[in-house]
Design a protein around this ligand. Structure first.
Ligand SMILES: C[S@@+](CC[C@H](N)C(=O)[O-])C[C@H]1O[C@@H](n2cnc3c(N)ncnc32)[C@H](O)[C@@H]1O
Length: 366
């Protein structure tokens, strides 16, 4: 082998890895380790050169909303879970403290270096769970800048748009990013989301959050009016999603954003008049399989109930009477206070109703 070959190759690899590292926070030092391993023993002399990454990062992949990390690190988002209806997100920072009703959580000692999912005891002795963020938890905890989509609708949207790893999706508006995070997890690691938001602060905040949540490399945020200027891309999308007041004005742009050989579209609207105008525009632009549905979620309440045991009388009528074994009184009288406790699932008397209509359609190759 040519002298110096390995050194030059390692230098090239080192440069390449560092370039990817800079371009994408997703690339972890694990990849550096893999490179060392695949180069084998001959590369040994150069290991000091290649393993210049900070040792702390070497074995700890960072938290991201599309992949689980084991350990909590500075800069991560963690969900402080005190109950199903009581949780909130924190940004983990050395030296920071978070107040809860169970006392203080000290980030440096209680969070950093601990495993996601740990039970953490607060200063007053109560405890909380510290959870890894997911799109589902984010939807429940995110700062609302707009109305948002919830998991019931989101689940149907991702399924009916046929989203999968590698899908390219166009979305408008970005709003508070509730749907965007769910889309990003579904299309990672190779897909792309183009999300259009005409409100400048919301667009900027979305960019900041996507970066903090380590999904920035999967998403392009455009600050423009989707009805006037479209999605900024043509013929690339597998699916388009609209959550804007006048979706019918964006159907033409949606059609041109979708791949030539076709794709799916979904539009969310709270009012049936919006749905009617959207369906008319979809038909005009040649979309097929147009269908509108409403998704309602019925959550059952599981509880223990005590039921009184009925008394059907003695099995043998001859044994009836006050002295009969096991009987508490005259025939037809229930055994004294006999009850049975069981678990039941009770449907709600009232439930959350209408959120909006989901209109789906297909652009086919004509
Ligand atoms: C209801 S919010 C979207 C919520 C989002 N789906 C979520 O789950 O967080 C609607 C957003 O669309 C934006 N919007 C409305 N019309 C728009 C347009 N023509 N172009 C781009 N964004 C628009 C609004 O500024 C708002 O932020």
């Amino acid at each position: 082998m040519e002298p110096g070959f390995h050194t030059r190759m390692l230098a090239a690899l080192h440069w390449a890895v560092d370039s990817i590292w800079l371009a994408s926070e997703q690339v972890t030092s694990l990849r550096r380790l893999q490179i060392l391993v695949t180069l084998g023993p001959e590369a040994g002399a150069n290991t000091a050169f290649i393993s210049t990454a900070p040792p702390a990062v070497l074995s700890v992949p960072p938290m991201s909303f599309v992949e689980y990390a084991d350990l909590i690190q500075e800069g991560d988002v963690a969900i402080i879970f005190m109950g199903h209806d009581s949780m909130f997100p924190v940004k983990v920072q050395q030296g920071a403290q978070t107040q809860t009703r169970y006392g203080v959580i000290r980030h440096s000692t209680d969070l950093i270096g601990r495993r996601f999912g740990s039970k953490v005891t607060c200063s007053k002795g109560g405890w909380v769970y510290v959870l890894h963020p997911t799109p589902e938890l984010w939807t429940l905890n995110l700062p609302h800048r707009t109305q948002i989509l919830y998991t019931t609708d989101i689940a149907n949207i991702t399924m009916m748009l046929e989203l999968k790893p590698g899908s390219v999706v166009c979305e408008s508006g970005t709003g508070s990013g509730s749907l965007s995070h769910a889309i990003l997890r579904t299309i990672a690691p190779t897909g792309r989301l183009y999300t259009v938001e005409f409100h400048q602060q919301r667009a900027e905040k979305a960019v900041e959050e996507f970066r903090e949540h380590k999904v920035g490399h999967l998403v392009t945020v455009l600050n423009q009016d989707v009805c006037k200027d479209g999605f900024g891309v043509t013929g690339v999308a597998d699916a388009v999603f609209l959550d804007i007041p006048s979706p019918w004005e964006a159907i033409g742009h949606a059609k041109s954003a979708i791949k030539r050989h076709g794709g799916r579209l979904c539009s969310f609207s709270p009012c049936i008049e919006q749905v009617q105008r959207t369906c008319a525009a979809l038909a005009e632009h040649g979309f097929g399989e147009i269908c509108t549905l409403e998704v309602l979620l019925r959550v059952f309440d599981v509880r223990s109930v005590s039921l009184g045991l009925p008394d059907f009388g003695p099995d043998d009528p001859l044994q009836a009477g006050p002295d009969a074994p096991g009987e508490g009184g005259a025939p037809g009288t229930p055994a004294a206070n006999a009850t049975v406790t069981c678990r039941t699932a009770v449907p709600p008397r009232e439930m959350a109703g209408h959120t909006g209509y989901l209109t789906f359609a297909t652009k086919s190759l004509v």
